[in-house]
Design a binder for this molecule. Sequence first.
Ligand SMILES: Cc1cc2nc3c(=O)[nH]c(=O)nc-3n(C[C@H](O)[C@H](O)[C@H](O)COP(=O)(O)O)c2cc1C
Length: 202
Amino acid sequence: MLIGCIVPRPIAVVATRSTDGRINLAPFSFFCGVGSNPMTLLFCPANKPDGSEKDTLRNCKSVNDGGTGEFVVNVAPEAIIRQVVAAAEPLEFGASEFDLTGLTPASSRVVKAPRLRESPVSFECRTLQVIRTNPGAPAGGNVVLGEVVHVHVRDDLINDRLHTDPGLLNAVGRMGGLAYCLTRDRFELPMGVAALEQRPAE
Ligand SMILES: Cc1cc2nc3c(=O)[nH]c(=O)nc-3n(C[C@H](O)[C@H](O)[C@H](O)COP(=O)(O)O)c2cc1C
């Protein structure tokens, strides 16, 4: 019900590094921004069918919980969507989805986790908190709340006011099942009651 009805969802391509230095990449579409002061976001890596934590959560959970307390959220444009979805392949802990997909790790500025070179936008994050809704249970939920400590944006995507051109970003959305959508079909509406004055999109 959640996967099929809360649509379309943005895709966070989350890069992490394990405490012993191995890099990991996986997509998560239970993902959204939280607030801008300070800039915060969240994503939700559910427990595996055996109730254990996915590698991303193992790596990014807080230091006092056994993780590194860091991660990088990369935006997924259409040009790399096949590799991004391929990064969902469950590999044994420590094996790298970068090697599997041919995507390239690049150095981050503040955190030790890498960013994704092919992504036009990357948010370097420090983990603020992990909320576990059903610890140890199959498919139990986990909310990873992170503070953005550095942002990388490709120069041509933003203007002087830091507004992004959605056409150039060309992000992909996740629908239910195996379906995805593109963000090329857009329309604008004024906010509030003025929206009622506008004819519906044709
Ligand atoms: C587009 C896409 C979105 C996904 N979103 C989620 C999600 O929000 N939460 C989740 O637990 N798994 C999600 N998955 C599945 C994970 O990517 C998959 O379980 C992956 O193997 C986790 O990798 P890790 O063990 O390296 O962290 C998604 C898969 C795809 C292809």
